[in-house]
Every structure is written in structure tokens, then in C-alpha cells.
Design a binder for this molecule. Sequence first.
Ligand code: ATP
Ligand code: MG
Length: 418
Amino acid sequence: MIKGIKGVKDILPEDSARWRFIENAARRWGDCYGFREIRIPIFELTTLFARSIGATTDIVEKEMYTFPDRDGTSLTLRPEGTAGTVRAFIEHNRGADPIPQKYFYLGPMFRHERPQAGRLRQFHQFGVEYFGTQDPRADVEVISLLWRFLSDLALPALTLEINSLGSSSDRAAYLPVLVAFLKKKAGQLCENCRRRIDTNPLRVLDCKVPECRMATEDAPQLVAHLSPEAKDHFDRVLTGLTALGIPHHLNPRLVRGLDYYCFTAFEITSSHLGAQNAVGAGGRYDGLVEVLGGSPTPAIGFATGLERISLMLPDQRLPDAGPSVYVAAFGAEGSRAGVILLDELRRAGVPAQSDYRSTTLKAHLRQADRSHCLYAILLGDDEIQRGSAPVRNMLTKEQQDIALPDLPHYFHQLQAPS
Ligand code: ATP
Ligand code: MG
């Protein structure tokens, strides 16, 4: 037997309702905030991701699925959605469009990681990107979209953490101060972090190793080194969130190791998730469009993981499936008419099913129960003669005779929301 790949999961029909619910909510919230869906390719040139995500990140260093095309060109399965969205934004000259350029995407991403709960090799993200403004109200809008979406799903124990990375000159002023501090503490840091002091000192603050956390407990903070402009931007984001009643906590350790990330950085976690507690993360990346060859364009976005959302989504939040109708057709005439009735019901928009393996009424009713159909139409030769058939409520067992030609209309009416 050939099995699926490790860390790459099937979503079976039992789980699809949950997934559709989450995806529908994502699209609804995206639309509601004026973001428009973009569908970017699942694979791109490797250089796009290398340049966009940054060569010294975990993703590019060790997590990408990269392979040569038949002509040798290096391609990569997308590990995230920002790179492709920015490429499309530039390629289609969307910056020339005077209306706000706001996009959302939804779909699978690929990273070669150690599979565990909430960490897969093929996983799914919902993300948004807002191009063209540095206005702190855009930051607030993007954060509030993520917060409202997750809150609407009734996910438990959410925390929003936020920080400002300042401008690149703020960081240039701060980094020597941080590096000097880290050098003094080098003996207490993990091997990775000792290496990072020279390659990517900011990321030391982000390290999860307890010894590193302790050693950097009173590290100088980037927020204390913000220029007046960056400080004002950050204050306005925080005030904006407060005005909307969105609770948030300052987390000075929240950093991004790449130069084009600036100003706002944020993350939403849940204590219900265990080790992989990040539900979504985002921030401002004013330099990226230019890095990828476009005109300088400020931008902010987030990405959120749908597997982790699915793990937390309370069952009560899922809507009941609408009533489905089972056509229990038996006997020569009944079976013939059953096929036509199924077609008529479906054309009237009524979900209808049957099991062609069942030949007796008893067998049909058993299948109707197993398929959780709320109604069964009992259609035998006698009913065809009579011109009407009993409609059985599978829960109450009550039956009501309905004229055959009226059946599609009858169920269509039942379906319509009152
Ligand atoms: P983590 O710290 O969990 O590795 P990350 O920093 O790599 O997260 P991002 O690149 O910011 O994650 O992606 C945004 C979101 O996508 C994460 O918050 C998480 O919900 C989800 N995510 C990331 N990697 C995976 C994965 N391998 N499997 C499932 N979900 C993931
Ligand atoms: Mg990761």
C-alpha cells in the first residue's frame, strides 16, 4: 500500500465541514474589511522566496521544498503567501491603481519541518496584505481583522502581543547596544544564539531556550530606542487598538530578523495550543516591495495557520448541516421514479441522496439514519399508483403524505430560512 507523505494530511469528509466553516469565515471577514481575494501560484522561482523571506531565516535555510524544473531552473513550493502576493502586485503594476490595494489569500503552504500537533509539512494559511500606506490606521485595521476573525470563531484564550521594530535607522542605532550586551552574556547563550550575535542579533531575543531567555531578561529594548517618528507611529497603533477595545500586550522580544520589517510587529497566541502556540503573526514590511524590484511601497500584513485554528475551534461553533432528504425508492416503478425524483429535488436546490445498493424499505431506512438524513420519502410501486408518498421525519418518525409533484416545492420551502 502506498501511504501519504509524513506531515501531509488528508482532510476527510467528516472534517470538511469544519474547514469550510473556517474558510468561509476567513473570506467573509476579508471581504468585510475590503480585502480582495488573490490566488497566487503554489510554486514560484526559488529566488523569489530566498530574496523575500531572507537567506538567514529558518524557512530559507532548512524548510523549503526546492527542486529543479526540467530545464534546471530552481523552483520552490511556496512556504508562505507574502512573497507571491508582492510579486503579483509588482508584476501587474497594481501600485498604479488609485484604489487601496488590499489582498487576502487562502491555501496550502509547504515547509519541511518536524511534524507534530499543529506543525505539518503541508499546512494552510489565511493571510492579508495591505499595500500603499504607512498610516497607523492601516496597521490597526489589519490587526483588528485578525482579532475579529479569530474572536468570531470563538477561539479560546487568545493573546495579542505587539512591538515596534522602528525604522531601519532606529535599528542601526540600537543593534550595537544590543550586540555589546549579548557579547557580555555570550557564555550563557545557546550555540545558535552565540552564532546569531554576529549574523542576526535581534533573533537572540526571540530564542525559546530557557537559558537564553534568562540571560536576555534585562537586555536593552528596541522600543526604548525608537525615533520620535517611530514612537508616534507605535503610539497611534496602540491608541487605535484601545479605541476599538482590542486588548494587547507589549512584548519587547517580538522581533523579525529581516531588514525590511519595520514599525509594527504582532502575534496572536493561545494558551490552548501547547508548544505550537502561535495562531497568527504579522507586521509592517515597508521595504519589501522595493527589494523585489517594485517602487517603494509601504505594506503590512498577517498570516494565520488554519490547522491551529481548526484544533481550537469549539464544536458548538459549527453550524448544523441543513436537512438532507433520503429517497427510499423500491420496487420496479418506485425505483424508476426515484431516480427522477432525486433529480427534481436536487434541481430545486434540495440536498437529496439515496443508496442504490438498498432494495428494501427497511434497508433504505437504515441508510437514511446512518447518513443523518432528516427526512425520507418512501417511494414504492403503491405510491406511484396513488400519486403521493409518505414523507417520514427520521427523528420523530411522524409521516405525512405529500402529492408526488409537490415534493420538490415542499422541501424547497422547508429549506428556506424562516
Ligand atoms: P512557528 O513559530 O510556529 O514556527 P512561524 O513563525 O514559522 O511559526 P509564520 O511564518 O509567521 O510562522 O506563519 C504564520 C502562522 O502559520 C503561524 O502562526 C502558524 O499558525 C502557522 N504555521 C506556520 N508553520 C506551520 C506549520 N508547519 N504547520 C502548521 N501551521 C503553521
Ligand atoms: Mg516556523
